[in-house]
Every structure is written in C-alpha cells, then in structure tokens.
Write a protein that binds this ligand. Structure first.
Ligand SMILES: NC(=O)c1ccc[n+]([C@@H]2O[C@H](COP(=O)([O-])OP(=O)(O)OC[C@H]3O[C@@H](n4cnc5c(N)ncnc54)[C@H](OP(=O)(O)O)[C@@H]3O)[C@@H](O)[C@H]2O)c1
Length: 326
C-alpha cells in the first residue's frame, strides 16, 4: 500500500515521499491517519537540531490518531478509533507523518469516550505529558492547599495544556513566560499571574523564600536550578523539558531540609496501564475546560517543515496539529 509521508534517511533532510507499507506484520495494526501533531521533539528531528531518529529510514511523527483499516492484533479491530503517542513512534519505528501507519498493536489505545480524533491530537504528547505530570504531582501529595503551581515554558504545548487542566482542578496557577505578549492568552487558559523570570526575583542561595506548592517545568537548565530553592515544604517539581538547557545545578538543601521531590516525567516509555489511566483522566476529570481556546494551528503535512522551524525559533504558541486529506 502506498502512503504519502515525510521520510528521513540518515544524514539527509526529511522529504515528502510516497512510501510503500508492504504487508501488515503479525501483531501490528494499520491506521489511516486523521490527525497528527507537532511537538518539540518532532521539530528537533525534522530540523536536525536534535538526534531524535534512532533507526533509518524512518517516517517522523510521535503522535497519530485515526481509524484502524487492518489489524493483526487481537484486541484491536478494523474500524476502531485509535490514538498513539510516544512509545517509540517516529523515533524507533515509522510514525504519524504519513497517510497510513503500521504500529505494534500493544501501543495502540482506543480513543476514550468524550474525546474525538481531533481533540486527541490537540492534546497529543503535550497533553498526555501535562496529564502525567499533574497525576504524579497529585500522587506525591499536591492539593489545592499546597500553594501556587508554577508552569514554565507556559505558552508552549505542554505549558498551555497544564495551565488549563490545573485551573480546572481548582489550583492557583502562575505562568512563567519569556513572551509577555502572551499574557492575555495565558490568563484565558486560567493562569492567575503571568510573569517573566525576572519578576520572580529568585534567590541564588541554596534555600530561598518558599513560594510554590509545585512546579511543572518545561525549560530545565538554569531556570530549574534557580527554582528548586523556592519550593514549599514537601512540594514537588515535575521535570519535563529542556527548552532552556539540559544541565541543572543544585544543592541537596531543598531535598533534605524541605522534603522537596524532583519527579521525572518520561511520556515516551510510560507503562501501558498508567498510559491508559492518564488518557481516561484526560477524557474525564483532566479534560481541559477550554480545549478550543488553546491556540491550535491546523496545518497540512507539507507545512510540517516550516512549522518545525517556527516552533524551534519560538514563533508558535499553543498546539499545532496536522490534518490529513481523506
Ligand atoms: N519528558 C517528556 O516526556 C516530554 C514530553 C513532551 C515534551 N517534553 C519537553 O517539554 C518541553 C516543552 O515541549 P512542548 O512540546 O510544549 O514545546 P513547545 O510548544 O515548543 O513549548 C516550549 C516552550 O518553552 C519555552 N522556551 C522555548 N525555548 C526556550 C528557551 N530557549 N529558553 C527558555 N524557554 C524556552 C517557550 O515558552 P515561553 O515562550 O512561554 O517562555 C516555549 O513555548 C520541551 O523541552 C520538550 O522536549 C518532554
């Protein structure tokens, strides 16, 4: 079967190409793509700014939603509405930037009630990661009396959705952004304060003024290092991203004197039972109130190259989804 796809060979820039899927392997599911999405990781791979692809040739795209058109996997049937995020899609094996995708059945999730294929991709890896982070913070004791929850990299995909979910759950949400022009957008999503890093007046001492019940951190690097001394007693940080750098510098003081937890969020290899639970929550209690208000750029497959450059150059905000012609 032929499929129009973005196709990457080692060393070469990805191109649009008709790929041949061949016959469906045992335990695989063939999906007709309705939507995919553009995440930071996708943009790193497409632009060559990060080493994301682990096998070649490969079709990029870490997310997809669509209809099953053939299945060699017992629990998934032709006609099922499904989604896949992460699990190596578009990294270890060919992914969502293709009209048709063959995916190991064990990674395929039937779309929960209350979600449609488009909403599943407005959420995509970004929404799943935001949901996973909030779930793990709550498991670690976060509640609405813990103090404000700070979201960094606020106007990006993970940040915007995290703000929306947290505010729906009743948390006081503070947003940190490098782009003050998005203050109105972030307040619409539910942030009560929108600030720059300078506005936070962070200390350089091992322990500073305790200010936050939790942090959802998409930036990493120096910002995360500076925030760790400012977390309330028994508060926690969900470390998600590295948009600002991958190295952190800290002392043990926040951990041993305030009981602070640094929680790692790895959406790609989240175990399947937890993955299904998070999707159920996203379709239920975590369903953002204003999913439509999260800025959504709807693009075509051909636009992925241009939008990847824009995303890396911080010219986009909210989410970008790819709609396939059918
Ligand atoms: N751990 C996981 O499982 C997982 C899953 C998904 C994403 N991620 C990571 O989480 C981060 C956010 O992903 P995303 O898809 O939401 O990306 P995104 O839409 O590009 O958002 C990233 C945001 O970070 C801020 N930012 C960008 N460049 C920056 C820089 N040089 N210094 C400081 N801040 C910068 C920007 O927010 P402002 O302009 O508002 O400051 C930007 O909107 C990425 O690092 C991504 O790799 C991790």
């Amino acid at each position: 079967m032929k499929s129009k796809a973005i196709y990457a060979e080692k060393e070469n820039k990805p191109i649009i190409k008709e790929v041949d899927l061949g016959s469906l392997k045992p335990n695989y599911v063939r999906v007709q793509s309705y939507y995919s999405s553009l995440n930071y990781k996708d943009a790193l791979g497409i632009t060559g700014k990060g080493k994301i692809f682990r096998s070649f040739p490969i079709v990029p795209g870490i997310d997809v939603s669509g209809a099953v058109i053939d299945s060699n996997f017992e629990s998934i049937k032709e006609g099922d509405k499904v989604l896949v995020t992460g699990c190596g899609l578009g990294e270890n094996f060919s992914g969502g930037y293709s009209q048709y995708v063959d995916i190991p059945g064990e990674y395929v999730i039937p779309i929960p009630k209350n979600l449609c294929r488009q909403k599943a991709m407005i959420l995509g890896t970004a929404g799943f990661t935001a949901g996973l982070a909030i779930h793990r913070l709550e498991e670690n004791g976060l509640n609405i009396n813990s103090g404000p929850v700070l979201v960094t990299g606020a106007s990006g995909g993970v940040g915007a959705i995290a703000i929306n979910i947290l505010s729906k759950l009743g948390y006081e949400v503070w947003a940190v952004t490098g782009r003050s022009q998005h203050e109105g957008f972030l307040k619409t999503l539910g942030a009560s304060k929108v600030m720059s890093v300078n506005d936070l007046q962070l200390d350089t001492k091992p322990l500073g003024k305790a200010m936050f019940g939790a942090i959802i951190d998409n930036v990493g690097g120096e910002l995360l290092s500076q925030l760790l001394p400012h977390i309330n007693l028994w508060g926690s940080v969900a470390s998600i991203g590295l948009a600002g750098g991958h190295k952190i510098k800290t002392t043990v003081m926040p951990f041993i004197l305030r009981g602070v937890s640094l929680i790692g969020i790895s959406s790609t290899n989240c175990p399947m039972p937890l993955r299904k639970l998070i999707w159920e929550k996203l379709a239920g209690t975590y369903m953002p109130n204003n999913l439509e208000e999260i800025r959504v750029n709807k693009i075509k497959l051909e636009d992925v190259f241009e939008y990847s450059e824009k995303l890396i150059n911080r010219q986009l905000y909210g989410r970008t989804i790819i709609k396939f012609e059918r």
